[in-house]
Design a protein around this ligand. Structure first.
Ligand code: NAD
Length: 411
């Protein structure tokens, strides 16, 4: 199944509940604009290379479009389109005044020098600066991009349009960024996970957790959940999984990864397992925080966790989602579970516009408020309508975007 098809399937399950007409479905699903641009660059060795970049602007009924920029060899239009659409539903669900967008360049950043990365970024901005801006479309980091890339985007954009720190978020904290942005997605995953445990009548200290992916999102989620007394029994990265029934000391694992170029390879206090085995462990909570599409109809029947928190985007394929729901599992969907990042990006944009900096306590407090309120709404709607949390989340988001679309006047 292609990525956009999967999002459409989830959308249609919710649209059926809302009894949305076919014409309205087509309007809400069709991206507003899709841009494909050529990015010619000169490599450090003088060689010419031509890359392809994308920006999909899905919907702006509720405000400027917002979404990350992914630099990865597998970036393609279908994937960018699906992620742009997810951003529309995510921003609507947490009720921040944005629409959805996403962008990317098909490139392997591990083969680039820092100067090459900067040249590619600036060339990309040269191609898209007319269609982005603090009131139109605001990029942010995603896989393969970081705070430095965001600083280059701001600087290149400013050359065309004057000083505009709000054109991009996820900037370095000391250069118009915001404290707490790096931890925001993982922290949000933790906040939502604890709320779900509480609604299910489970105690964190009785909860064994397996987390796939120990990057930005996975590691911050692990730290947050461990400090809330959950027992993290397995973690993983691209080198494989690491399992310890008595619990993994997360600060120790973080130190280990830092000292080994970010990798957990050879982490001895735990037994090595595969990433596939990690998904099937006997735990109460599973947190896929790496890739999309890792839970499929093939492995879904073997998944023992009764609670799955989607920290990554689209880790559960729709047919597996249906199967797990029927097996009685609770899945907290990506549009809710990983919305902490875009929420704190929104705070960054707000403070950029006010030329004022919030402190970390205020950022955390506001993040908790926004996510808690979205969680309560989704939970109550799912109980009221007897639907999954995902369908409830999409119903809430589609209702908001649909209403804004109608209020703005369609014709
Ligand atoms: P990251 O690059 O910091 O970390 C990714 C982790 O996944 C690393 O530990 C990496 O080793 C691991 N990994 C890579 N390939 C793997 C494989 N084949 N099997 C197992 N593990 C593998 O990325 P991140 O920012 O933590 O993002 C993780 C996921 O969360 C992505 O799906 C991303 O789209 C989503 N997400 C991130 C944010 C954010 O703010 N960073 C926000 C929303 C959603």
């Amino acid at each position: 199944m292609k990525a956009f098809e999967a999002v459409k399937l989830y959308f249609n399950r919710a649209a059926d509940q809302l009894e949305l007409t076919d014409n309205m479905r087509t309007l809400l699903l069709t991206p507003k604009r899709e841009l494909r641009v050529q990015i010619p660059i000169e490599r450090d060795n003088g060689e010419l290379q031509t890359l392809i970049g994308f920006r999909v602007q899905h919907d702006n009924a509720r405000g400027p479009m917002k979404g990350g920029l992914r630099f990865h060899p597998e970036v393609n239009l279908d994937e960018v389109r699906s992620l742009a659409s997810l951003m529309t539903w995510k921003t609507a669900l947490v009720n921040i005044p944005y629409g959805g967008a996403k962008g990317g360049i098909a490139v392997d950043v591990s083969t680039l020098s820092s100067r090459e990365l900067e040249r590619i970024t600036r060339k990309f901005v040269d191609e898209i600066h007319d269609v982005i801006g603090p009131d139109t479309d605001i990029p942010a980091p995603d896989m393969g991009t970081n705070a430095d890339v965001m600083a280059w985007i701001m600087n290149q954009y400013n050359k065309y349009h004057g000083f505009n720190p709000g054109v991009v978020t996820g900037k370095p904290v000391d250069h118009y960024g915001i404290p707490g942005r790096a931890e925001a997605t993982g922290r949000g995953v933790g906040i939502v996970a604890l709320k779900t445990l509480s609604r299910l009548g489970c105690r964190p200290q009785d909860t064994r957790v397996a987390i796939q992916g120990f990057g930005n999102v996975g590691s911050h989620a692990a730290s947050f959940l461990q400090s809330a007394q959950c027992q993290i029994v397995a973690i993983s990265d691209v080198s494989g999984g690491y399992h310890c029934e008595t619990g993994i000391d997360i600060p120790h694992a973080l130190r280990y990864a830092r000292e080994h170029q970010g990798s957990l390879a050879g982490y001895e206090p735990a037994d090595q397992i595969s990433n596939e085995e990690l998904l099937e462990l006997d735990v109460e909570m599973l947190v896929p925080a790496a890739l999309g599409g890792v839970i499929t109809v093939e492995n879904a029947p073997k998944i023992r966790a009764q609670l799955i928190i989607e920290a990554a985007n689209s880790p559960v394929w729709p047919h597996a989602d249906k199967l797990l729901f029927e097996q009685g599992a609770t899945i907290v969907p990506d549009v809710l579970a990983n919305a902490g990042g875009v929420t704190v990006s929104y705070f960054e944009w707000v403070q950029n516009r006010q030329y004022y900096q919030w402190n970390l306590d205020r950022v955390r407090q506001e993040l908790d408020r926004v996510l808690s309120s979205a969680f309560e709404e989704v939970w109550d709607l799912s109980r009221e309508r007897d639907v999954s949390l995902r369908t409830a989340a999409f119903m809430q988001a589609i209702s908001r975007v649909g209403r804004a679309t109608v209020l703005a006047g369609i014709a």
